[in-house]
Design a protein. Structure first.
Length: 664
């Protein structure tokens, strides 16, 4: 019988800190740890001494590459804090963190205002319904205009954004913040009353009647609405100088919600991070939403349908761990001994409604081949990438053994540069990359049937007929079967369904096939000759036959863009946008800057940020984010080298699938 460990009556907050790169997110985290007493010495990002940037590549570059989990105590509350990367190339790290948060701090630079990735983060927080505080950093910068920043926040993010502090000055004289509740500043309190009255009947009646509620009433209403994502407090500071940070930490405890699950509920948790320890193997980071787990407990991985034993539970603090032996509802911890767990897996009860679904912030749109310095290093490289793929599944590392090629997906050049350094630091391998290629997709042009009768060479027997139908963009893949089990046994139908995604990995042009419905309308097996593996061979042949009959439409990735240049460059950039097949709205000019927004293909604009910087002497700004895949024009052609044998070459494919094809 396992001894029950006592639960410490601890108040928790599980929060993430997110921002566009260079807004001061990691500096803010460092200050929070220092002011809580968690750190004795304050580190700096520019000196490579910050607590949460502990990887060598992070210290060298001064940017966050991986999400770092740390914790501190403040006002009687234990705060688990996840410091996330701010560069869009590492947004997959942010995606994984968002799923396990109860609240968030969105950091915005007073100097730059709301930037492209700021909007992306805001939309993700909104879709996942995560209560959010907004912290405007760098208020001490020369030339900052807080009213302009607040206007941006209200117009771009939400009209329910409301400042709850006043500052003594914008720019270099800035030295302190003061709560509007302490100063009873009439204009700001009136603004707060207006925002809160939108969702509070009593406050609305008071507003209509010209009454001013007392401070306690407003504070109580604000706390309630923040936790319901009906209001978003704005706080100010200069993190490098430590101004406003303690007040931000107060707001985290006061306004962001505590975890909802209880220790006596069934155990339920989510894996949000996986790493490999040099001596102890795989480390699985888990947020426990409800229940508890102890050392030597067996946990059910619902996602993989396996049961594994937890050898050890440790408390996380970036690169250091402390043995605790127990994890309770609302907390996060590092588990040792789990060999099969992967990011996103659900442990125990998958039922609690407050376990959020994953939210995609971005899609890797580039693919590259990874080349080792020496041919003899290929297998070491494959092992290294498989380990890195475990930590970052968005890499989608793929080893094409017959071609002796390794391919990965990537967000951008910064990610590739960092990956190159990580492979050298961790595995001692020098690698290079081919030029990035855009990842296209395919979809059927029209409805068609696909048929296969796999009856030779004996022994085998699998007959399948599919109906292939195109669907609207964003539909993904829908599969259904309308076949009697008398004609095709259910276990064979299940085998067909399992093989459909694999069959769609490469279409007529070699790209993933999407936005289609596949219906199995006919199927036959043979009492004596059929083996389940026959349908592993037959399914790709039948589907590729259907795709060939339907024809394949190439889909290309489309970006939303915002472009701003000095007014004198307006004619040149509009011409550039037209050449790149950009589709843009009416441009506008303000304060000597020419701005335009619209959509543009990734393939034509891949090198444009560098070109624009050279054209404008670094004064042009071109920000983009992925929007969708659209049909490529007829003159755009992109084919990807096929892996393995094409199922349309039936004789050769059958031999290859049955491992009967010689090395020649």
């Amino acid at each position: 019988m396992t001894e029950s460990l006592p639960r410490l009556e601890t108040e928790f907050r599980n929060i993430g800190i997110v921002a566009h790169v260079d807004a001061g997110k990691t500096t803010t985290t460092e200050q929070m740890l220092f002011r809580s007493g968690r750190l004795k010495i304050l580190g700096r990002v520019d000196e490579g001494t910050s607590h949460t940037d502990w990887l060598e590549v992070e210290r060298q570059r001064g940017i966050s590459v991986r999400a770092a989990v740390t914790r501190y105590e403040w006002n009687g509350c234990t705060v688990n804090l996840i410091d996330t990367p701010g560069h869009i190339d590492f947004s997959a790290e942010v995606e994984r963190s968002l799923r396990v948060l109860d609240g968030a701090i969105l950091v915005v630079s007073a100097a730059e205002g709301v930037q492209g990735y700021t909007e992306t983060l805001w939309h993700a927080l909104s879709e996942l319904n995560i209560p959010t505080l907004i912290y405007v950093n760098k208020v001490d910068r020369v030339g900052t205009e807080l009213q302009d920043v607040i206007h941006q926040l209200k117009s771009i993010l939400s009209p329910s954004i409301v400042p709850i502090q006043q500052v003594d000055a914008d720019g270099p004289p800035f030295s302190a913040v003061a709560s509007v509740f302490a100063t009873s500043h009439p204009e700001l309190l009136e603004e707060l009353h207006t925002v809160l009255a939108e969702n509070d009947e009593a406050l609305f009646e008071a507003y209509v009647e010209g009454q001013r509620p007392d401070v306690q009433t407003l504070m109580s209403a604000l706390k309630k609405q923040v936790r319901l994502r009906l209001a978003f407090p704005v706080l100010f500071g200069a993190s490098l100088k430590g101004i406003g940070v303690a007040e931000l930490m107060d707001a985290v405890v006061d306004y962001l919600p505590r975890p909802r699950g209880e220790i006596n509920d069934p155990m339920s948790g989510v894996v949000f991070k996986v790493e490999r320890h040099p001596s102890q193997g795989r480390v699985t980071y888990v947020r426990l939403f409800s229940g508890q787990m102890k050392n030597r407990d067996s946990v059910v991985n619902q996602t993989r349908s396996v049961v594994e034993k937890v050898n050890q539970i440790r408390q996380i603090d970036v690169s250091t761990y402390h043995d605790v032996g127990w994890l309770g509802a609302g907390d996060v911890g590092a588990l040792y001994g789990l060999s099969q767990a992967q990011i996103g897996d659900v442990f125990g009860d998958p039922g609690p409604e407050f376990i959020r679904n994953a939210k995609s912030l971005s899609v890797p749109l580039l693919t590259v081949q990874v080349l080792p310095e020496r041919d003899d290093d290929y297998m070491q490289l494959v092992e290294a990438l498989m380990e890195l793929n475990l930590e970052d599944p968005s890499l989608s590392a793929e080893w094409m053994q017959e071609e002796r090629e390794v391919h990965i997906k990537a967000m951008g050049t910064i990610q590739l540069e960092v990956l190159q350094e990580m492979i050298l630091d961790r595995f001692g391998l020098r690698v290079s990359f081919t030029e990035p290629s855009v990842i296209y997709k395919e979809t059927p042009k029209q409805s068609a049937e696909g048929f296969v009768a796999y009856t030779m060479p004996k022994p085998c027997w699998a007959v399948l007929r599919f109906m292939i139908e195109p669907l609207p963009r964003g539909s993904g893949v829908l599969y259904q079967a309308h076949v009697r089990t008398d004609d095709l046994l259910q276990r064979y139908q299940n085998e067909v369904e399992r093989r459909v995604p694999e069959a769609l990995e490469q279409g007529l042009f070699g790209w993933e096939v999407t936005d289609l419905r596949i219906t199995l309308v006919e199927g036959q097996h043979h009492v004596w000759h059929t083996h389940p593996l026959d349908f592993v061979v037959a399914t790709p042949m039948g589907i590729m036959d259907g795709l060939q009959n339907a024809g394949s439409q190439l889909l290309e990735p489309i970006l939303e863009f915002k472009l701003s240049v000095p007014e004198g460059f307006s004619g040149r950039v509009l011409n550039d946008l037209s050449v790149m097949r950009g589709d843009f709205q009416n441009p506008f000019t303000s304060r000597g800057r020419f701005s335009v927004e619209g959509t543009i293909p990734l393939a034509t604009s891949l090198e444009y940020p560098v070109k624009l910087a050279m054209l404008t002497g670094g004064r042009g700004v071109f920000t983009t984010r992925f929007l969708e895949y659209r049909e490529a024009p007829p003159d755009v052609y992109a084919e990807r080298k096929r892996r393995g044998v094409n199922p349309l070459d039936t004789a050769k494919y059958i031999l290859w699938a049955r491992n009967a094809l010689g090395n020649s």
